[in-house]
Design a protein around this ligand. Sequence first.
Ligand SMILES: [Fe+2]
Length: 256
Amino acid sequence: MTTAHALTRSDILGRPSFCKFSELGIRQFEHGYPADLLTTILTKALHLRVNAAKTNLDLRYLRDAHHHIPEVAQLMYDKERLRRLSDLADVPLEPYPVDFLSSMITFMSPEDGTVDWHGDSVPVTELIALSADDVSGGELVIYRGELDEGRARLASEGFLPEDRTTRITHRVGHSVFGQLMGVLHRTAPMTAGTRVTLNLNLRSAVQPHIDDQRLSHLAAESPEFDWLDHYVSDVRSRQLPSLRTSAAAAGKDSDA
Ligand SMILES: [Fe+2]
């Protein structure tokens, strides 16, 4: 596996980070996933593109991709993939539990838009470019600094200095994989071409409470609230025990 880009979380934030499950920042690497599987996903995604909604981040995307396209589920739950990603993250990972956020397919072009500056609500994401045709722009741009400070700069100055950003060009055959919770980033505007990308979101299997999810954001994304019972059950059975264990361990450390 060759790595094109690698930054730790401290590299990105410019300071040690407390809210994290590991030092994973951002990595780009050759994924080696079966080409025929990805081609099938792309073909089915293009057929479903007409159903893809525009989001409040000004992006056209298809969510719940693993329900619409069985091959996405096959990749999402593939044990070898999860093992490799867990090795890279240095912590066991599992698919994100909120169904409509665990997999999505984005369609980007000058007409369809890209994703504006934001921090991820999900802890970890893997972005797998399925196609990239004559693309100009559209790089992943990461602000190296505090999210809140970057947002304040954007609000007052309208832009972020180039020398404080890292640009990663999405390449077919490569994944961009990162802990982008609390990290300010965007997709640069695309001035030409089209790109279709599969996004698979994950979280720590041992510290599932480490997350930036908010109920109001879930409700904004899915106002039918049909995710609520499952989410509450996950908080009760996974996130709360993990939070209590972490709090108890922190208490022991401070007692020592
Ligand atoms: Fe993001």
